[in-house]
Design a protein around this ligand. Structure first.
Ligand code: PLP
Length: 389
């Protein structure tokens, strides 16, 4: 790689930019994870993280990527050949379905066009038909990072309630937690899946399961094999602030700092900041004359924007040109969207000028890569930012 002066713009939809404050908090000698200082740290972060999930129930923390938390959610609560209702809103939902199959579950998949959130009415009618309650869980990706579409979890909860169905509700909040409003207890989510590298502003390496009491009860009956992911062992050790195996100690120092920062800003302000940046980004895309992947305005994601390239134009070529010329990384198209779209991450540690710089880089990249677009996207976004608080 050639030398690049100034800060790299990491505008993929996670991992996100890690604030200096968090980097400094993690710049800490590694301590004995069985000693008293670790116990204090563990108790502190295990308690504090509940405020971000908006839960009073248990949250466990794994040293793993987010996919580990997917596996933990399924393997702790379900038994071989259990039916699970999953909505394929995009590539991440599809990967979760693949995992469920590999674990020996029987996923029933509600397919979508990858341009909308989950349809709560379809979920309700499927659950209403399931008179024998053979469906044991409903699995939803809150913010589909491959498409920039959000699913309305409160509506899914209401659909399950209307169908009067006892299935567990499992929600992947990997790219929404601490950026888009999420209320584990109010929406009676049974298992919340999360990761460190997006709204929590940390490097990759921590994964989370928020566990409802109902899910915990289910875990006592569940028959899928589990060992590393076993909630029972986590929760037993967590009582004193410890982990059943070596935790990611330095990331936990960072987590404590991240939670403090989120509360200093105020979680509701964090959500509003993301909404404003989502609106500004969409104003830019509209002015460029480009199309969003997400077709439903009520489902627009405030953490990332996925943009369709004009027919016959390579998104990866544009991203490569932008990286080489302006030192900015944009998200690639995933799965069936590969090379057809690019994704702009606007989540985590982020402000107006960082967004302005990002959009300037994209507009210059579009010009340099020879993409057919209209000028004026940056102007539209900064007009919006200047006029709103
Ligand atoms: N689910 C969603 C919504 C994601 O965005 C990602 C990663 O970006 C994952 C799951 C997988 O997480 P990881 O790559 O940390 O294993």
């Amino acid at each position: 790689m050639k030398y690049a002066s100034g800060r790299h713009f990491l505008q993929i939809p996670g991992p996100t930019n890690v604030p200096d404050r968090i980097l400094r908090a993690m710049d800490h000698a590694v301590i004995d994870h069985r000693g008293p200082a670790f116990g204090e740290l563990g108790l502190k972060v295990l308690d504090e993280i509940k405020t971000i999930f908006k839960t009073q129930q248990n949250v466990v923390i794994y040293p793993s990527s987010g996919s580990g938390a997917w596996e933990a959610a399924l393997s702790n609560t379900l038994s071989p050949r259990d039916k699970v209702l999953m909505v394929e809103t995009g590539q991440f939902a599809a990967l979760w379905v693949q995992m469920a199959k590999r674990l020996g579950l029987d996923p029933e998949v509600i397919v979508s066009d990858w341009r909308h959130g989950a349809d709560a009415d379809v979920i309700e009618s499927r659950l209403s038909e399931d008179q024998t309650h053979s469906i044991k869980a409903v699995c939803i990706v809150h913010n589909e990072t491959s498409t920039g579409c959000v699913s309305d979890i409160a509506a899914v909860r209401a659909a399950i309630d209307r169908a009067d169905h006892p299935a567990l509700l499992m929600v992947d909040t990997i790219s929404s937690l601490a950026s888009i409003d999420f209320r584990m207890d109010e929406w009676r989510v049974d298992v919340t899946i999360a990761g460190s590298q997006k709204g929590l502003m940390l490097p990759p390496g921590l994964a989370f399961n928020g566990i409802s009491d109902k899910a915990l009860a289910a875990s006592k009956q569940a028959k899928l094999p589990r060992s590393y992911w076993h909630w029972g062992e986590q929760l037993a050790s967590n009582k004193q602030g410890y982990f059943p195996y070596t935790p990611a100690t330095t990331l936990l120092y960072g987590l404590h700092e991240a939670i403090a920062m989120l509360h200093e800003e105020g979680l509701e302000n964090v959500f509003l900041r993301h909404k404003r940046h989502g609106n500004a980004t969409r104003a830019a895309v509209d002015a460029w004359g480009l199309e969003l992947v997400c077709l439903d305005p009520s489902a627009y994601s405030d953490t990332l924007t996925a943009v369709v390239m004009p027919q016959g134009t390579s998104a990866d070529h544009f991203r490569r040109v932008t990286l080489e010329a302006f030192d900015m990384s944009l998200g690639t198209g995933l799965g069936r969207l590969a090379d057809k779209i690019f994704r702009i991450g606007h989540l985590g540690y982020f402000n107006d000028l960082m967004l302005a710089g990002t959009l300037v880089g994209i507009e210059m990249g579009l010009a340099r890569a020879g993409v057919a677009y209209q000028r004026g996207g940056v102007q539209a976004a900064i007009d919006y930012l200047a006029a709103t608080h």
